[in-house]
Design a protein around this ligand. Structure first.
Ligand SMILES: [Zn+2]
Length: 73
């Protein structure tokens, strides 16, 4: 299922010694609507990473998350 985007923002980062970069963050409503799912992508030289984490215990048990989507386990 697709999740509803609640908020998105870009934060400038000082970086980790190899120049500055940005962190993209998107917040989605979790499938039950009680909590949020956070997608973060780092675009910092020498430190590139992305992750999706759900702050809802119930939904964490039921779904796998990939950016703005929840997949039933
Ligand atoms: Zn939930």
């Amino acid at each position: 299922m697709e999740l509803t985007l609640l908020d998105e923002r870009t934060t400038n980062s000082e970086g980790y010694g190899a120049g500055s970069g940005e962190i993209f963050r998107e917040e989605y409503a979790c499938p039950c609507g009680k909590s949020i799912v956070v997608y973060e992508k780092d675009a910092i030289p020498g430190f590139r990473d992305k992750s999706t984490s759900c702050e809802c215990e119930e939904c964490n048990k039921k779904y796998d998350f990939s950016r703005g989507a929840a997949i039933e386990k």
